[in-house]
Each structure stands twice: as C-alpha cells, then as structure tokens.
Design a protein around this ligand. Structure first.
Ligand code: FE2
Ligand code: FE2
Length: 299
C-alpha cells in the first residue's frame, strides 16, 4: 500500500540487542527478568516484524557466556525466526564467550576465533563483525577481519551493505561507555569509507543512540534486558527495568530508516482498522489529502 512518494521498503530487518541471558533462566543481578523481557520483545517482533528478511542480534547475547544460556536463547528465538521465515544474524558481544557461542548457539567447533559472517538477503548484503576482545569488555576489530571486510566490500551488492557489530563506532556522553569503546575506529573507517555500506547496526550501550561514522549512519538499538537511565547526570547513569526497545530497519532505494519499537506496549486510544485503509486506497490522491490531511476548523 503506497499513499506517499516512496514505494514500500525493499527489505526489512529486525534489530535486537543485549539480551544478556543467564543459565537456568536466572534474573540478571537478581533483579532483571531478562528471559521474560526477551519473550515479551519477541511477542512484539511477531506483531511488527511480518515480512522481516532477517533478525539481527547485536551482541551480549548472554551475560556470562554460559552454555545453558545459549541453549535457552536459541530455544526461545529460533521458533520465532522460523515462523517469520527469517534467518538470524547472531553477533558476538563483550559478555559473550566465543567458544561457547560457537558450540552451543552456532553448532560449530568451539574455538577462540572471531565470529564474522556475510549474508545475501536477496541483494542486500548483511555483514556481522566480531568486535570483542577475549578477556576484555572494550572492543576492537582485528586485522584479519578488516582484511576480510575490505575484500567483501570490493564488490558492491545490488542493495548495498549493512554492517552489524556490538561496539558502536561512536562517542558516548556516558563516561563508563567511553572506557569500553571500540578501539581502532580509524582503521575501520578507512575500510568502509567510499564503499556501499549504507548503515551500521550496533548495541552495547543499553540505550538507543544515532550518529554517523565515516559518513555512514549508525543506529544503536537499546537493550531488551535493561536499559540505561540517561536522564540522570552522566556520572550517575545506571540500569533500569524500563525503556526496553528494538528497531525495525527499512531499506529503501535512497535511504534506510530505523524505527524504535517499545517492548512494553499499551492499549492504543484508537486504532485505524483495515476498512479505513481500504476506504483511503479507493480514493484519488486529492480525495485522500482532503479526507486525512485537511485540518478540521477550530471550534
Ligand atoms: Fe550489554
Ligand atoms: Fe556490551
């Protein structure tokens, strides 16, 4: 259905981040019901994500890299992905452990090698990078990955490329996150500048943030586990069990949009039903403007 000047999006991705699951379904810090929050997120994804071309999880999939946490994660997410008919792009975060993630989530041989991959979503290239540094919480992308990425990007994809990595290549006004930032950002910028990379998806911050990097828009999805209360002064920013969200990424010819979807919904005050859309669809563009854009006179 197209009423405006843009045809419908070519591709849609669901961008979820920082699930931080624990073995045995435990609460994070004995407080945050991370598994319930993930299930609630996925209920909303099933509401909003019809026609999704991929589910992208930008890291900190588990909190401690426990085998059972990965098994629980896939038991919860895989059936949803199957119902949506969408592949899952799992991205490693600093709270993950490469060996366990490979063995228990990806069905691969356990090893400490970086986890990176490229998908062809019918012309849209999605690339997951591993920005984790084993034993540390800050990020860095190693030379081997940068070389691989350079090779991949040498040939443009029909609908361009979206990169997904855990540590965003952006500053944060929260000092805690500055310590744990992505290092070597210049080297990543050199690889992607002038290529067909159209968007960068990231996580790690536990709050939604947007910026640009090497001329490319960066979208950080907030977490599903808990989020950072950035209304507090920067030195006092801390976690809260509120504000969880994920993003819908719509890929158009000329732009890519990132729509933040709150995990905790509420009853809408009024809903436009399908009949309303059908009536609009039957109108001429001028009639539609008259019916839906014309301001009612003030009484
Ligand atoms: Fe996280
Ligand atoms: Fe993180």
């Amino acid at each position: 259905m197209q009423f405006g000047s843009h045809p419908p999006a070519h591709r849609t991705l669901v961008h979820i981040s920082d699930t931080h699951l624990l073995a045995g379904g435990a609460r994070l810090y004995d407080r945050f019901a991370v598994e319930d929050n993930l299930r609630r997120t996925l209920d909303r994804v099933e509401q909003a994500g019809e026609g999704a071309d991929a589910l992208v999880f930008t890291g900190d999939l588990t909190d401690l890299g426990e085998p059972d946490a990965y098994l629980r994660l896939r038991r919860i997410v895989e059936p949803v992905a199957e119902r949506l008919g969408a592949p899952i792009a799992w991205v490693a975060g600093n709270h993950d452990e490469r060996s366990e993630m490979r063995r228990d989530l990806l069905d691969e041989e356990p090893s400490q090698k970086a986890i990176f991959h490229a998908w062809d979503l019918a012309g849209l290239r999605l690339i997951a990078l591993d920005s984790t540094v084993p034993g540390w919480h800050h990020g860095e992308i190693d030379d081997a990955q940068l070389d691989w990425l350079r090779g991949k990007l040498a040939e443009p994809a029909p609908l361009g490329t979206i990169l997904a990595l855990h540590h965003p290549p952006l500053p944060s006004h929260v000092p805690l996150f500055d310590v744990l930032e992505l290092r070597g950002q210049d080297r990543l910028a050199d690889v992607i500048r002038g290529t067909d990379v159209r968007a960068i998806l990231a996580g790690h911050l536990h709050y939604a943030m947007h910026g640009t990097f090497a001329g490319v828009p960066v979208s950080v999805a907030a977490a599903t586990c808990y989020t950072m209360d950035v209304a507090r002064e920067p030195q006092r920013v801390n976690g809260m069990d509120a504000g969880q969200s994920f993003s819908l990424v719509h890929v158009y010819d000329d732009t890519i949009t990132h729509t933040t979807v709150p995990v905790h919904g509420a009853e809408p005050t009024a809903a436009f039903d399908l009949d309303f859309y059908a009536r609009l669809a039957a109108m001429t563009p001028d009639e539609r403007l008259e019916a839906f854009s014309r301001k009612a006179p003030r009484r």
